[in-house]
Design a protein around this ligand. Structure first.
Ligand code: PPE
Length: 315
């Protein structure tokens, strides 16, 4: 269960964790009106550093724009507040959850009269799909639930309401003894997990569904695409038929919470040799070297929280 930290940032000031409560008739409760992010802050030799802060803040701003929400803070202000949040709570590493909600005011579907409240919280979050998952891999299924269809709920926005679909996928998987479910898109092609993007390897080439396949534009997905490019692993963003999952040499999930998690079976069919494959391992090594601070941060992915410098998000 969630262990509280000390303070949560609310509309520009820090309040005690216990006081970060809302009214039951807040618009978000009935209608799911929220946009949010999930960001990791890692312990590095240079102290705690937030991974790809400007990219997460940008996606938050994009999600808010799609839903006509005025966040009321610049991207630079939000990025600085998140660094302050980690300092105030004295965290070495943590998971950060910025969330903007349509709050209390009016009732009815129309959200436009309700104020937008912004909260930034953080807590300790361990391995998303279990301790063993990163090395051993997870057993997953293809979900009977489809991912949200284009032009229904926008998949590029990270909105609270999207996660009702994710919950159906996740509950079905867990109930049937799997760690996670893979959803297909409206056309029947592979989309993503309930909270992760997906990659597969076939004949040494990396495949991942394109943004048009109802996927969240994952920051970890983007990181893996860049690392693969640097490691000379060929990559294609292309539609993926379901059966390609069964004949792939390697399959893995990516996400802030899941990081890079190998998949060892899908619908009880072993993936490749049934354990983590060499390309997955190579990408994990390259990824963890950056976030551990063992390799140079050549892309500027880490924002150390004890160094006061502009994150450069508003450029
Ligand atoms: N798809 C979905 C649907 C998704 O929720 C996530 C993140 C991703 C892909 C990967 O995106 P990124 O984190 O930018 O690489 N899921 C977040 C929420 C997890 C949760 O249970 O809450 C996360 O990983 O933080």
């Amino acid at each position: 269960m969630l262990t509280p930290t000390q303070r949560i940032w609310h509309n520009g000031r820090f309040i005690p964790w216990e006081q970060a409560t809302i009214h039951v008739l807040s618009h978000v409760v009935s209608y799911g009106t929220s946009v949010f992010e999930g960001i990791r802050c890692y312990a590095t030799p240079a102290g705690p550093a937030i991974f790809r802060l400007r990219d997460h803040v940008r996606r938050l701003a994009d999600s808010a724009k799609i839903y006509r929400m005025d966040l009321g803070y610049t991207r630079e202000q939000l990025a600085e507040a998140m660094q302050e949040l980690v300092r105030v709570n004295d965290m070495e590493s943590c998971y950060i959850r910025p969330i903007a909600i349509r709050a209390y005011g009016d009732m009815g579907v129309n959200p436009l009269n309700n104020p937008v409240d912004v909260y930034l919280a953080c807590w300790l979050w361990g391995k998303y799909l279990g301790e063993e998952a990163l090395a051993g891999g997870v057993d997953v299924c293809v979900s009977s639930w489809k991912r949200i269809a284009p032009n229904t709920l926008p998949a590029l926005a990270k909105a609270g309401a999207n996660y009702m679909n994710s919950q159906l996928i996740k509950m079905e998987a867990i109930t049937n003894g799997y760690a996670e479910g893979i959803a297909l898109d409206e056309a029947g092609y592979v989309s993503e997990g309930s909270g992760e993007n997906i990659f597969l390897v076939r004949d040494g080439r990396l495949h991942t569904p394109p943004l048009g396949a109802s996927v969240l534009p994952g920051v970890t997905r983007d990181s893996v695409l860049r690392l693969a490019h640097d490691l000379d692993i060929p990559v294609v963003e292309t539609i993926v038929p379901r059966e390609m999952l069964y004949i792939a040499d390697e399959v893995f999930f990516t996400g802030t919470a899941a990081e890079i998690t190998p998949i060892r079976s899908i619908d009880r069919i072993p993936v490749g040799k049934g354990h983590r494959g060499p390309i997955t391992e190579k990408l994990q090594k390259a990824f963890f070297a950056v976030i551990d601070g063992a390799a140079p941060d050549r892309y500027g992915w880490l924002s150390p929280v004890h160094v006061r410098q502009p994150v450069g998000v508003d450029k």
